[in-house]
Write a protein that binds this ligand. Structure first.
Ligand code: SF4
Length: 349
């Protein structure tokens, strides 16, 4: 690794082939050097310029004087008893973000962060409480995928870590391009899921410009209640988000999941289940019920197993595929809504 994240040099990692062509042109190098660079970065996964031995020494020096490769290892890791691993990555400005590696049978998923903190202010979320400290660059996002020790065995990536991916849509779209392009990691888009709370204009771009799976955090079918939990509802009502989604095909290659965190006595009764069914009547989706993980200082309670099962069954009876998602990494605060990204937090648990 070149551990150059803290350096002032601009990283090449995360650049598209077109952007690499711009770099080599600016440095007066032949156009094919861009293709070679893409191969070194994404196929051979080089982490330093010296390794790039089909590029002349003089050109490697020129590149190194202006750019870094951009690969750097996580600075900290915590392993859960269930095999989940939480990695902490430093960012160029001295902050930290988290990625969670989740092995599950023949699947190995990495949950990645797209922002340092988050400004969406969802009241139940530890990341939201931490506030917003800026966007991650495309380099910082793709580095999470490429620099964990299990990188080569990953089968899936989900943008469900810290931040609202649609609040950093340009970088997220660029990373999806790198992950799926032939000159990049050449993954099928079916291996990628992007989660959003429903920032509509950017969500529309994601829907139009990619074919990745989509996960929408709903958490309540009722406007007034959802607004209290998720201020985004004020700007983009979940009913409008569903209207937008109903114009896309989720019955074939592309999947739509609806994420629903369950809180005891708040959103886990029959009236919520029936309204959720109504909300979803024009979209092909499957619902994931997520157990709420108590976070320090929050009055929100976990829903009982009994209520979760009854809620799931009520949805299933009305024709909606619904499952209760198994919690992973709770003992290391790696489960949904628990990522805060402070070194101190990690040291506490
Ligand atoms: Fe941000 Fe997602 Fe947390 Fe809401 S739930 S504050 S969008 S990270």
């Amino acid at each position: 690794m070149d551990n150059s994240n803290n350096a002032h040099l601009q990283p090449l990692l995360g650049m598209t082939l077109e952007q690499l062509q711009g770099v080599v042109k600016e440095l007066g190098m032949p156009r094919f050097t861009a293709t070679q660079l893409a191969e070194w970065l994404y196929t051979h996964r080089a982490d330093n310029f010296e390794a790039m031995n089909n590029i002349s020494k003089a050109n490697r020096h020129k590149l190194a004087s202006r750019y870094s490769v951009g690969r750097y290892a996580p600075m900290h890791e915590q392993r859960s008893v269930d095999g989940t691993v939480k990695y902490l990555f430093a960012t160029a400005d001295g902050k930290a973000v988290e990625s969670v590696y989740i092995p599950d049978g023949d699947r190995a998923t990495l949950c990645i962060s797209s922002q340092k903190g988050c400004r969406m202010g969802c009241t139940f979320c530890m990341t939201g409480r931490q506030g917003y400290h800026g966007n991650l660059t495309a380099a910082e996002i793709i580095n999470q995928v490429m620099s964990i020790p299990e990188s080569l065995s990953l089968t899936n990536v989900v943008f469900m870590g810290m931040g609202e991916p649609m609040d950093n849509v340009d970088a997220v779209l660029q990373v999806i391009d790198v992950l799926t392009a032939k000159w990049g990691l050449a993954w099928s888009p079916k291996r990628i899921t992007v989660s959003s709370i429903g920032k509509m204009p950017e969500l529309r771009r994601l829907l139009d410009e990619t074919s990745v799976h989509i996960a929408i955090s709903v958490h309540s079918p009722f406007h007034a209640e959802r607004e209290k939990l998720m201020p985004v509802e004020r700007a983009f009502a979940v009913s409008d988000v569903m209207k937008l989604l109903s114009g896309y095909d989720f019955a074939h290659q592309r999947r739509l999941s609806v994420e629903y965190i369950m809180w005891g006595g708040l959103n886990d009764d029959a009236a919520h289940a029936d309204s959720l069914v109504k909300l979803l009547r024009h979209v092909d989706s499957r619902v994931n019920l997520i157990r709420f993980h108590a976070i320090p200082g929050s009055p929100l309670r976990t829903s009982s197993e009994e209520n979760m099962v009854a809620f799931r069954d009520r949805l299933n009876e009305q024709g909606i595929i619904c499952t209760i998602r198994r919690s992973r990494g709770e003992d290391i605060f790696a489960a949904c809504g628990m990522l805060a990204g402070k070194v101190n937090d990690n040291q506490q648990h």
